[in-house]
Design a protein around this ligand. Sequence first.
Ligand SMILES: NC(=O)c1ccc[n+]([C@@H]2O[C@H](COP(=O)([O-])OP(=O)(O)OC[C@H]3O[C@@H](n4cnc5c(N)ncnc54)[C@H](OP(=O)(O)O)[C@@H]3O)[C@@H](O)[C@H]2O)c1
Length: 283
Amino acid sequence: MTDRFPTGLDSTYRLNQGIEIPCFGLGVFQMGPGAETERAVRWALESEYRMIDTATLYKNEADVGNGVRASEFERSDVFVTTKLWHTDHGYESSQRACRESLQRLGFDYVDLYLIHWPRAPTPADRLASWRGLVKLQKEGLCRAIGVSNYSVRHLQELLADSEVVPAVNQVEFHPFVYDPELLTFCGDHGIRLEAYSPITRGRRLDDPTVGGIARARKRSPAQVLLRWGIQHGIVEIPKSIHQERIIENAQVFDFELGPNEMSALDGLAGGARVGAGNPAEIP
Ligand SMILES: NC(=O)c1ccc[n+]([C@@H]2O[C@H](COP(=O)([O-])OP(=O)(O)OC[C@H]3O[C@@H](n4cnc5c(N)ncnc54)[C@H](OP(=O)(O)O)[C@@H]3O)[C@@H](O)[C@H]2O)c1
């Protein structure tokens, strides 16, 4: 084991906007509202997770807020991300949408606010949304701001228009959609890549390459995929509603994949996405 990589759930990365983001968290997409989400948030926090990723779309922001409040942790101990949905693009609308999210969460601020997709009526609208997020950050409602599902072209468009560089780009990222160009572009601009669907929504866990490494390492396929992301310097946010999987998914800091294993996993690139489309196709 080397100390080049995060060493535990308390490891963080410093974002270009000056705050720390945990290297690992819980995603809550497709979690039922109420008890299902609240319970998962509680289990995650009890298992030393310190980050929860929600969105307006997921309709469980209120349950995330309740889960955090019901825990033994202070609001400031937990890093909470939420996102702006397509219907709220625009300078005024983005600010209104963030305030509504905060109301549902029951928080004064969110740690990270992301534009969920570049899918706005026009490119000018998504640039206006970004200016809205910059204003929200200045007002202290978002500690950091970023984007999601932005291709290199969308990032270039934003960087040409704004001096505020996104802290994070959250995209589908796992070996089957490994995209070194996007990873390098984000790295070169100080944008931290965050992986959604890091365990392929469970759909590729039977892949023979992943399975072979998992057997050799006496780990689960999910743990191998998550460890691969960690060794690429990516923030990981796997989702589970099951306590034993929430615990299992975080047990990825006590083994290291070797260079051959990393290249074998990198070599799976070119597979199908499990998410809602390819951002590069969005004009
Ligand atoms: N920005 C975006 O556009 C975007 C899009 C999608 C997702 N996200 C975020 O990223 C998070 C994670 O992505 P995701 O939910 O799409 O997919 P994921 O985390 O890759 O996979 C979740 C699925 O895998 C199952 N699972 C969890 N742990 C497992 C394990 N150890 N072994 C086998 N199966 C396991 C879960 O089932 P159980 O729950 O039944 O355990 C669930 O069906 C989301 O929750 C959300 O916060 C963002």
